[in-house]
Ligand binder design. Structure first.
Ligand code: GLU
Length: 471
């Protein structure tokens, strides 16, 4: 039987990190086994589901390249089918109408709580004849005895006693089907072989198995993925920073870095940290998923992102960097070749946002010097080397690295000073204190005109600060 997995988000918000990881695991499992990955939008909660959330989920999956083979299927398009199955359950005596009032149920609940019992429906309407004409819900007649065993592919054997489960509502009084019913119908109709989902659904699984068994449907295999905690041990939430997948795009992360991070979040393969998507597909297995919750670690995600920024094709990085420069009002067409800037700077940034920030000086004069760099570099002793190098640099006709290097070497040799005495102030003068590569390369990229202008500015700056100093 070929593997079929699904991702079944409820469109009540953006695609968050936990959802993306569940989707990734399901996708990888299907890819690894040459199966199919289905996307199903569980939009039956009409009040909370929005088209905006559907779009956000699709956008997130597209960015992460988690392409689905079938779907998106919308549960709201399948109401007829759900009602057909509810009808079948009714016909077979496996479900019944219940007209218990809210007051009765509230009272029951209070009593059970007072007696320290788990609140559950008491089966009041199980053997009563409730007319279809009066307001009612439909409940599944859950077995009252025996056990349900979930042979979970991650958690192992989890046993639930039927006496703990009550007769759950499968159709609300407004006629709409509920989650557990729609899931078993769709998982069956879509031929899902492996349900890989968050372990917040583990308690639903015995109910779903009971319904499938009652209907004589094949029960899929289940794998419940442990949740993700923030660095502080609490369940991952907005408080821990960006939890929407698309926020990572805005924050300058590469999709392959986030995927690599997500796959390692709760799954491991020896000590290996770096996985290309092909490797993930090859090596992924449910056996490698840890039973304990995983902790989100932003430093590690940054580390992976830095790795992929360094290792990717610089042309692609340049392409992805452009919009971040745009956010700084920089048009990379007006300045040095962006690919060359990427090659020069990419080892110095963890994110594309940082890469844009430390590369802005190649395209426009910086506003202010970094105070520490200015204090170290722009002192009285720097005046002479800066003035001298300005003269030699100004003479260069072909503004290329070798000529720039020669001009700087000539300056230090004439002044008989160590290179640092020129290099340090010149670097601050031209970059403002931003991280930068070899000085000749930096100057070559900044351009002659801007270099000379910035040397003049640094000379003025030093003179002004000397004038301010008390005599
Ligand atoms: N729609 C459910 C959710 O978003 C997932 C259901 C499932 O995977 O069975 O939590």
């Amino acid at each position: 039987m070929s593997v079929r997995t699904r991702f079944a988000p409820s469109p009540t918000g953006y695609l968050h990190v936990g959802g993306a990881r569940t989707a990734l695991f399901s996708w990888l499992y299907a890819r690894k086994h040459g199966g199919k990955f289905v996307l199903r939008i569980e939009d039956t909660d009409l009040e909370r589901s929005t088209q905006e959330s559907v779009n956000a989920i699709l956008e997130g999956m597209t960015w992460l390249n988690l392409e689905y083979d079938e779907g998106p299927f919308y549960q709201t398009h399948h109401f007829e089918r759900y009602n057909e199955i509810i009808g079948e359950l009714m016909d077979k005596g496996l479900a019944y109408r219940c007209n218990c009032s809210k007051e009765r149920l509230d009272e029951l609940r209070e009593q059970q709580m007072a007696n320290k019992q788990k609140p559950r429906y008491d089966g009041h309407c199980r053997n009563r004849e409730v007319s279809a004409d009066e307001p009612h819900v439909i409940r599944f007649r859950n077995p009252t005895e025996g056990e349900v065993v979930v042979d979970d592919l991650i958690r192992g054997r989890v046993v639930f006693s039927n006496s703990e489960l009550d007769d759950l509502i499968i159709r609300r009084s407004d006629g709409s089907p509920t989650y557990n019913l729609t899931v078993i119908v769709d998982d069956t109709d879509m031929g899902i072989t492996h349900v890989i989902r968050g372990d917040d659904h583990l308690n639903n699984t015995p109910r779903q198995i009971n319904m499938m068994e009652a209907l004589g449907l094949p029960v899929p295999k289940y794998a419940h993925v442990p949740m993700i905690l923030g660095d502080d041990g609490a369940r991952l939430s907005k408080r821990h920073g960006a939890v929407s997948v698309m926020q990572y795009l805005k924050d300058g992360y590469l999709p392959e870095a986030l995927l690599n991070y997500l796959v390692r979040l709760g799954w491991s393969h020896g000590d290996q940290e770096i996985f290309s998507v092909d490797e993930m597909i090859q090596l992924f297995d449910l056996d490698g998923i840890n039973k304990a919750p995983a902790s989100f670690n932003t430093d590690k995600l940054r580390w992976l992102n830095a790795h992929y920024i360094r290792e990717s094709d610089p042309k692609r990085i340049a392409h992805l960097l452009s919009p971040h420069l745009g956010d700084l009002d920089i048009d990379p067409a007006e300045g040095p070749e962006l690919v060359a800037v990427v090659e020069a700077q990419r080892e110095r940034a963890d994110t594309l946002v940082e890469l844009a920030a430390i590369s802005a000086f190649y395209y426009r004069d910086f506003d202010d010097y970094d105070p520490k760099a200015a204090k170290r570099g722009l002192k009285a002793a720097a005046l002479e080397p800066l003035r001298a190098v300005r003269v030699t640099l100004a003479e260069i006709e072909d503004w290329q690295r070798p000529a720039i290097k020669e001009a700087m070497d000539a300056t230090v040799s004439v002044l008989d000073i160590g290179f640092g005495k020129l290099g340090q102030p010149l670097r601050v003068a031209v970059t403002g204190g931003n991280p930068s590569p070899d000085l000749d390369l930096t100057l070559a990229l900044v351009g002659k005109e801007a270099t000379l202008r910035r040397i003049d500015r640094a000379i003025d700056y030093i003179q002004a600060s000397l004038a301010e100093e008390p005599a």
